[in-house]
Design a protein around this ligand. Structure first.
Ligand SMILES: [Zn+2]
Length: 395
């Protein structure tokens, strides 16, 4: 026997008595059947209610072949029970769902956009509208119309209609069921079949705000907030804007230009740093080349940098290798050490071979070509480089 669904006629009841007909084992939980219920099961894009039956928390509510199943962790005794609905959650869902009907109606009226899906999420809700293009100006028009309906505080009524009455109604969309058709009528705004819980007047929605939108293949997806969710979002955004305003020493209205200026300044500084870095690298190359030791017909440069960015060290090695008859044996010492060995075209010593000869001492890894090789390891890099130089002298 189907559960009598009282939430169809009254969304505002939070406490009621009902008879527990049975408690059926349901996975590792129990599915409680009541003779009647005001609890809304998850359906039509609206999440289920929260609440208790005889103090036992309901973990989810589902609809199965006309029967509402209230899922609990523990078994409940058959008989009369006190049921309680969490009003904050219920009212939030009512605000979001009624807000969605108004939004969908506005999309339809203004841009002929039909709603293809709707979902109330934990923090925000989404609708998908079949529309080819959309922009911020259109979003403002939608919001103005939707919130105008809220300002008028018009009535929202729910009723089950017969087929003759249905045929005469200006429906925005056709019902998915063919019996017990419930119509939600928002006066002078929208008339749609729906099984959800709704507020009694549009004023209770307080505000409808489109948070963001994105283009999908042939539609747009909109994230929106109604009522308390919109207030919460405003509170957060106000907090962030005030922080930014103080940080940028700029009034709210100028934050964007102040931020753009900061970004431009940062990019300018990055360019300057990059140019100074190149100059410093060129200077290092020249200074190190002056200090090179002559071994055979090669000029050998060894240097261990402390905490120098390895990219810089590599550029210095490249610079030295572009000089005639040079061998650069460079390293950067931090927590670990990184090495780069590079040579000029006119030298024949194999850098890869040279690097690999000291890797075992440094417990390191690495490799490269006869012309340039790099690696990393740990241990006494200074001593290791001295050993490399001694090896070079013997060649
Ligand atoms: Zn609905």
């Amino acid at each position: 026997m189907n559960t009598q669904k009282y939430y169809y006629t009254d969304s505002y009841i939070t406490d009621f008595q009902a008879n527990i007909i049975e408690a059926i084992p349901y996975d590792d939980k129990f599915a409680i059947r009541l003779d009647k219920t005001y609890f809304y099961p998850e359906s039509g894009g609206q999440p289920c209610d929260r609440g208790t039956i005889n103090g036992e928390e309901i973990v989810s509510i589902i609809e199965s072949q006309g029967v509402t199943l209230h899922i609990t962790q523990n078994k409940l005794q058959e008989g009369l029970a006190h049921c309680h609905i969490d009003w904050d959650v219920r009212f939030d869902h009512m605000q979001q769902h009624s807000g969605q009907h108004i939004l969908s109606a506005c999309f339809y009226k203004l841009f002929n956009g039909e709603t293809s899906s709707f979902h109330i999420g934990k923090d925000s809700s989404t609708i998908e509208i079949d529309i080819e293009s959309f922009d911020h100006n259109m979003a403002e028009q939608i919001e103005e119309m939707a919130n105008g309906i809220i300002y008028k505080n018009t009535s929202i009524t729910a009723s089950i209609v017969d087929k003759d009455t249905l045929a005469a109604l200006p429906l925005r969309k056709q019902p998915k069921v063919d019996s017990n058709i419930r119509i939600i009528d928002i006066k002078d705004c929208d008339c749609s079949p729906c099984g959800g819980t709704h507020v009694n007047s549009t004023g209770e929605i307080s505000i409808i705000k489109i948070k963001k939108f994105e283009k999908l293949k042939s539609s747009y997806k909109f994230e929106f907030l109604c009522g308390k969710r919109a207030l919460k979002d405003y509170t957060y955004k106000n907090y962030v804007i005030n922080k930014l305003s103080a940080y940028l020493s700029s009034p709210d209205s100028d934050i964007e230009s102040a931020f753009n200026k900061l970004t431009d300044d940062y990019k300018g500084l990055q360019k300057q740093v990059s140019s100074l870095r190149s100059e410093l690298i060129s200077y290092d190359v020249e200074q190190l080349f002056l200090q090179a030791s002559d071994i055979g017909n090669a000029k050998v440069i060894t240097k261990v940098f402390d905490n120098r960015e390895f990219n810089d060290v590599k550029l210095i090695a490249q610079g030295l290798a572009s000089k005639p008859s040079s061998i650069a044996l460079l390293a950067s010492k931090g927590q670990n050490c990184q090495m780069i060995f590079a040579r000029s075209e006119d030298i024949t010593v194999d850098m890869n071979h040279l690097l690999k000869s000291i890797l075992p001492v440094l417990n390191g890894k690495g490799g490269g070509s006869p012309k340039a090789a790099q690696g990393g390891g740990s241990g006494d890099i200074d001593a290791a480089l001295v050993a490399v130089v001694e090896a070079l002298k013997l060649q």
